[in-house]
Design a protein around this ligand. Structure first.
Ligand code: SAH
Length: 235
């Protein structure tokens, strides 16, 4: 799967995408991440990408010209590419969106900066994704989150694909949390691993895990309780 990123800071890529699971997938050729400098598409000799907002207001706005030129050229060269603007006003990115994007071959993520991008460039790009209801200073970190979450769902990227099963927000957890995790030692600072996990009784372990998930979701994410792993309890 190929990701392209359009940004005024191409040097921040691959950044953290160069290590761990995604880093290995890039090395193995399962995933590629190519950052393009938006300034390469400026018509202006000073390679200017921003200007003041019409109607007044603070800050600068990314101009339409280089964004539209870049997106048109990339779409022309790679028909079928899915172009997405990173935007706090977009559809909220979650595990469902990640699985949907993992089915694509080719994705372009466009990173805004400053106060945002000119509406005519937004219209040209079309689709928008947000990584949550808060404002970042630029789309780069948002794009990295989208690339990382999506890549690990692409076949062949995770060394052991079974680690996806039962992860938080997966099908197996019905969109809810994964259960609490413990590893050795069995006793750490007088704090013992719940005995059930060492009982070898798989049915009891399963019941305990479901209970823990229900409690954690009720406490931290009551919005997930209805659709989470609560089939034994509240529905
Ligand atoms: N003034 C805008 C925020 C601009 S932040 C507003 O109030 O809505 C600058 C850029 O950062 C945006 O164009 C977008 O590309 C990126 N960005 C900021 N927050 C984001 C979020 N939650 N999700 C995705 N991209 C975000």
């Amino acid at each position: 799967m190929r990701f392209d990123v359009l940004t005024i800071f191409p040097e921040v890529f691959p950044g953290p995408l160069g290590i761990g699971v995604v880093g290995r997938a890039i090395e193995a050729g399962n995933i590629s991440v190519t950052a393009h400098d938006l300034r390469d598409w400026t018509a202006d000799k000073h390679r200017k990408v921003d200007d003041i907002p019409f109607g007044g207001g603070a800050g600068m706005v990314l101009t339409a010209q280089p964004l539209v030129a870049a997106v048109r050229q990339i779409r022309f060269e790679r028909p079928g590419i899915r172009c997405i603007l990173m935007s706090p006003q977009g559809r909220v990115f979650d595990q469902t969106v990640a699985s949907e994007l993992a089915q694509e071959q080719d994705i372009l993520l466009v990173c805004g900066r400053y106060q945002g991008v000119d509406e005519r460039a937004r219209a040209e790009i079309g689709e928008e994704l947000s990584v949550g209801d808060y404002v970042l200073s630029g789309g780069e970190i948002a794009a990295m989150a989208v690339i990382e979450a999506t890549s690990r769902l692409v076949a062949g990227v995770l060394g052991s694909p079974e680690s996806l099963v039962g992860e938080s927000f997966s099908e197996a957890t019905e969109g809810g949390f994964e259960p609490p995790l413990y590893t050795r030692p069995a006793i750490f600072e007088d704090n013992e691993v719940p005995a059930v996990l060492r009982s070898g009784d798989h049915a009891a372990i399963e019941r305990w895990r479901r209970q823990q998930i229900q409690q954690a979701q009720r406490r931290h994410r009551p919005d997930l309780v209805r659709c989470g792993t609560t089939s034994g309890g509240q529905k």
